[in-house]
Design a binder for this molecule. Sequence first.
Ligand SMILES: Nc1ncnc2c1ncn2[C@@H]1O[C@H](COP(=O)(O)OP(=O)(O)O)[C@@H](O)[C@H]1O
Ligand SMILES: [Mg+2]
Length: 361
Amino acid sequence: MKIKNLYLKNFRNYAEETFSFDAGLNVLYGRNAQGKTNCAEAVFYLCTGTSPRARKDKQLIRAGESAAFIRADAESRFGTVRIEADIYENKREIRVNGMKISRNADLLGNINGVFFSPSELRLVQDGPDERRRFLNVSISQLSKSYYTALIRYNKILEQRNALLKNRDLSVVFETLPVWDAQLCRYAAEIAEKRQEFIRELSPLAAERHAYLTDGAEKLEIYSEKKYPATKEEIEKKLNEEFAENYERDVRLGFTASGPHRDDLKILIGGEEARVYGSQGQARTAALAVKLAEVEIFKEHAGEYPVLILDDVMSELDLPRRRKLLEKLDGVQTVLTCTHTEKVLFGKTVNKIRIAGGKIKR
Ligand SMILES: Nc1ncnc2c1ncn2[C@@H]1O[C@H](COP(=O)(O)OP(=O)(O)O)[C@@H](O)[C@H]1O
Ligand SMILES: [Mg+2]
C-alpha cells in the first residue's frame, strides 16, 4: 500500500497543508514541536481510525477551530482508495471512496499501517496492557471478525463485571452462564486469532532480532496462556474456566481471567525482557517485533503496510540505523527525525522539511 498524498486542514498545528509521498522512504524533518509527529499521526489515523497517542479525537482539532479534516489518496492492489475524516468535538465522519462508513471496522484494511515510536518501548517494558494493545491494534487491521469480537467481548465483559457487583447472589449465579455463553464465543475468536498471530510473529521477530544484533541474543515471544488448537475447543475450555471461577469473580467483583488478562512473554537471551532487559535491549526487541509485524501484514494482505517510524532513529545506534534502513526496501515509510544526515547515510529520499505546521519548500 502506498499513500500518494495527504491533505490536512485544521489538524493539530496545521492550518492547511498537502504532502506528496513517494513509494519508498519519506523523511519528515525539522526542529522539535514543528508538526512532524502530527503528520505521522494523521497518516495512522486514516489507517486505523485511531490516533497512536491522543486519547480523544478532540485533541486532533487545531486549537480555536471546531473541526479537523484529513484526507489521503492511496494505492493498493485493489486499486486507488480515498479516505477522508471529518473530526468534530464530539463526533466524526469517515468516508471511504466518498461513502460514509458507519462502523470503524469498515475503515480497517483499506490502508494498513504500522506505527513505531519510542513509546512503543512500552511494548517490552510495561505491563500486559501494552502488549494486548499491540495485538489488538495489529490483528484488528488484518481481521474484521477479530475487531468485532473484541468490541462485543468488551461490552459483555463490562456487563458481566456490573453483574458481579450485584449483591443478590441467586441472580448472579443464574445470569452468569447466560452472559458467559456469549462471552466465550467472542473470547474464543480473540484467543484463536491471537494464537495464530503470535505463532507467525514469533519466528519472524526472532529472525529480525538476530539480524539487528548480529545474532548476539535470542529473542523469544510466546503467549503465557496456552489454548487448544481449534476455536471450538478454545470456546469449550474458556466456558469451563469461567464457570470454575464464578466464586472467585464474585468475591473480587470483577472478571479476573480471560483474554482481557492474557499476556505475551518476551524473552531476550532466556531472560524476561520486561524485568531484566536494558533500555537498549528493549528498544531492539521492540523494533524486531515491529519489523516482524510489517512482514505479517505483507503475508496476510498481500502487500506491505505503510510503515511510520516516528523519532526512532535517534534512539538507535549507527549500525542499527543502517540495518533498519536496509530492511525498508519495498515498504513505503514515513520517517520523522531532526537531522537527516544522521539517519540517511546519503540515501536519496523524499525529504520534507517541517516548520511551524508548514512544509518549508
Ligand atoms: N490541537 C492542536 N492545535 C494546535 N496546535 C497543536 C495541537 N496539538 C498539538 N499542537 C502543537 O503541535 C506541536 C507539536 O507537534 P509535533 O508534531 O508533536 O512535533 P514534532 O515536530 O516534534 O514531532 C506543538 O507545538 C503543539 O503545541
Ligand atoms: Mg515528534
